[in-house]
Write a protein that binds this ligand. Sequence first.
Ligand SMILES: Cc1ncc(C[n+]2csc(CCOP(=O)(O)OP(=O)(O)O)c2C)c(N)n1
Ligand SMILES: [Mg+2]
Length: 571
Amino acid sequence: MAEAALKAESELTDGFHLLIDALKLNGVETMYGVPGIPITDFGRMAQASGIRVLSFRHEQNAGYAAAIAGFLTKKPGICLTVSAPGFLNGLTALAHATTNCFPMILISGSSEREIVDLQQGDYEEMDQLAIAKPLCKAAFRVLHAADIGIGVARAIRAAVSGRPGGVYLDLPAKLFGQVMDADAGRKSLVKVIDPAPAQIPAPEAVKRALDVLKGAKRPLIILGKGAAYAQADDAIKSFVEKSGAPFLPMSMAKGLLPDTHPQCAGAARSTVLRDSDVVMLIGARLNWLLSHGKGKTWGEAPKKFIQVDIEPKEMDSNVAIAAPVVGDIGSAVSALLAGMGGNWPAVPADWIKTVIAKRDENIARMAPRLMNNNSPMDYHGALGVLRTILKERPDAILVNEGANTLDLARGIIDVYQPRKRIDVGTWGVMGIGMGYAIGAAIETGKPVLAIEGDSAFGFSGMEIETVCRYKLPVCVVIFNNDGIYRGTDVNKAGSDPATTVFVKGARYDRMIEAFGGVGVNATSPDELKRAVNAAMDSGKPMLINAVIDPAAGIESGRIGNLNPQSKLAKK
Ligand SMILES: Cc1ncc(C[n+]2csc(CCOP(=O)(O)OP(=O)(O)O)c2C)c(N)n1
Ligand SMILES: [Mg+2]
């Protein structure tokens, strides 16, 4: 009798297991999240089944880890949260993933439909699906265990196909416990075939683009993070080299070709944007980061734009695109390369000479500043040291956020390999730091150096415990200038501190000691160098409090011009 019951049970499955089976069938190996009702047991069972389930201290950081996992692997990063508040905490990261075109799936448990929809005050009641919809690429809810396979398949396809983005998957608590016949359950699962189908550009579009490029006297290629995402590194390098054109990498495209490449115009940015006559965008959008393709930055010279992007709607978004090439970056760049043939004309020598002269002049002007050993440190002295460390360790991943800490590091630190620099992205968002560091360490197994403004670090600082718990090879350097932009601001009225300053002389290095990690207080570039090298050699969690002169930074880093101004005097 008992045996018969056991047999009957073994022929049943439930929502918990169907979800695990559906994810595993589609190659999901890792999930990032925070446990709680109704997904605690699901996390446990997933872990028991061999999926790596990383528990964070806040869902936003788990979400950022999932988002960057998507960028680094071309597979959707998975974030798992509880209902209402946990869901909302994860939602910022989902919206961030969508804005940055990273594939990610936010899976949130939710409360009972019957009660939520009648607004009867359920535990963590919220209409999560409705809230997620405008903030992501697609949103789905699964109500029946038999639909879990289809739900997961739809979520994966929506996240990675076409222009990648964030997908929300809503799973009400009751779904997990639903029981169904195991065989029928198995048959309900879907293995997604070719989740991100190649999108081959039309031959006419490729020819048109090459004709425009060939006609250029002063060509420029701009590589965006879409190009880095594509993992078409060899084709992109060959194409840029064959074109002979100067190239400008957007910050997360740095390293597709090394920043030290002879064609790299990173240090001559203003010159190439202003004076080029044909600009080819590869996986880069003409958004605010490129001044929308118009205005003073882009100079007076008439320009023609070629744009390579997977999203047709991207074309003409800010200025007219003379030669749109719609397709995935890998297919498009390969087609362009093939279309160039054997005798592609050289770029006019005077243009190359102008760009190189400007670049070398700017690099030479910067060089002595990077070698100073001032204490307290300025940004240049500290970054000069980190620049050398990453030159010697080109496979380490650099995470970077802050204002001055971001803008100066982006310009100063050279990147030598693709997808080795991950940062605030399209929104310039603070808070990606520890989530990105953890996601990058887990997904790649490479050492991570996180260069963080003291304010930026604060958004995800508690995850330093997560770094220690999983013993990750993450070295965090906090550029501690006592505040946001500068630590010198004063409140002219009243006794509260000014809005942009923090506790003076804070010792962030002591935070990591609470969790068994190594903390170092570095007051000079020499000390900083010793500490970071030791951390990178050990592969163990380390947090370095780098003491930066509070007066060294400027308001809003390099984007102070975006602050609204009034004609009235400031009060
Ligand atoms: C989520 C979010 N909140 C607020 C901001 C506004 N913001 C931009 S940079 C920054 C912090 C800059 O200070 P810090 O990280 O210490 O860098 P520093 O310039 O001092 O080197 C803030 C709060 C933001 N970009 N994102
Ligand atoms: Mg600061």
